[in-house]
Every structure is written in C-alpha cells, then in structure tokens.
Design a protein around this ligand. Structure first.
Ligand code: AMP
Ligand code: ZN
Length: 112
C-alpha cells in the first residue's frame, strides 16, 4: 500500500524514532509545533482512530507506548497533550492512524 506512515514503520522512509516496540513506533514530527512533538503510530495500517478502536489490542498498545514514553521523558509530570485528527474537517493529512504527543511548552486552549 502506498502509505507514508507504513513506509516509515517499515523503515523505507527515514524518521527520528524515539520509541519502538513490537506493535508501535513513536517518531519526531517533521514539522514540530512544540519542543516535544512525537507521532505515535501502529505498525499495522488503520486509517484513523475509529478504525484502530475496532482492534483493542493495538489500541491498548498505542496508549501503553504513550504512557511509557511520557513517563520516561518527564512529560507526565510537566503536562502534555494528545491529539488525533480524523477526516477532512479536522485536517487529517496522513490516512494512517497517528496520535500527536505535544509538550515542552505552555499550550493554549481551545485549539483552532
Ligand atoms: P495530521 O495533519 O494530524 O494528519 O498529522 C500529520 C503529521 O505528520 C503532521 O504534523 C506532519 O508534520 C507530519 N509528517 C508528515 N510527513 C512526515 C514525515 N515524513 N516524518 C515525520 N512527520 C511527518
Ligand atoms: Zn499505513
């Protein structure tokens, strides 16, 4: 399948990986919006967070990975935000599920 994040998961396209286990990788967003901006993806292809939610094992693995990474980096103490855009109106630009983990600065609310 011609999918950017499948290619990143498969190592075909380089990325700065900061977390990896059997099911998940976390890598630096190429266009960061904060000092810490990591994308967590499943190695298996799902189009979005709703499709992923049909597979509890991968869904749990994704949030486990985020928990481990944010504890390790001190983000759990400092505060961080997770975002997963779905579809056109939310401006999802890559159709392979990804959760943004954003931290390292004061964040505003509400988002745009
Ligand atoms: P979204 O717009 O929510 O679908 O998020 C897609 C994210 O992928 C954006 O924040 C992009 O900056 C990021 N992105 C696109 N291409 C790459 C890449 N090759 N490596 C790392 N991040 C990327
Ligand atoms: Zn994919």
């Amino acid at each position: 399948m011609d999918c950017l994040f499948c290619k990143i998961a498969g190592g075909e396209i380089p990325s700065e990986i900061v977390y990896e286990d059997e099911w998940i990788i976390g890598f630096k967003d190429i266009s960061p919006v904060a000092p810490n901006h990591i994308l967590f993806i499943t190695k298996a292809h799902y189009a979005n967070i709703n499709e992923l939610s049909e597979n509890p094992k991968d869904l749990t693995a994704l949030f486990e990975a985020i928990r481990k990474y944010t504890l390790q980096e001190g983000l759990s103490e400092d505060g961080f935000r997770i975002v997963s855009n779905l579809g056109v109106r939310a401006q999802q630009s890559v159709p392979h599920v990804h959760v943004h983990v954003i931290g390292g600065r004061d964040l505003q609310w509400p988002p745009g």
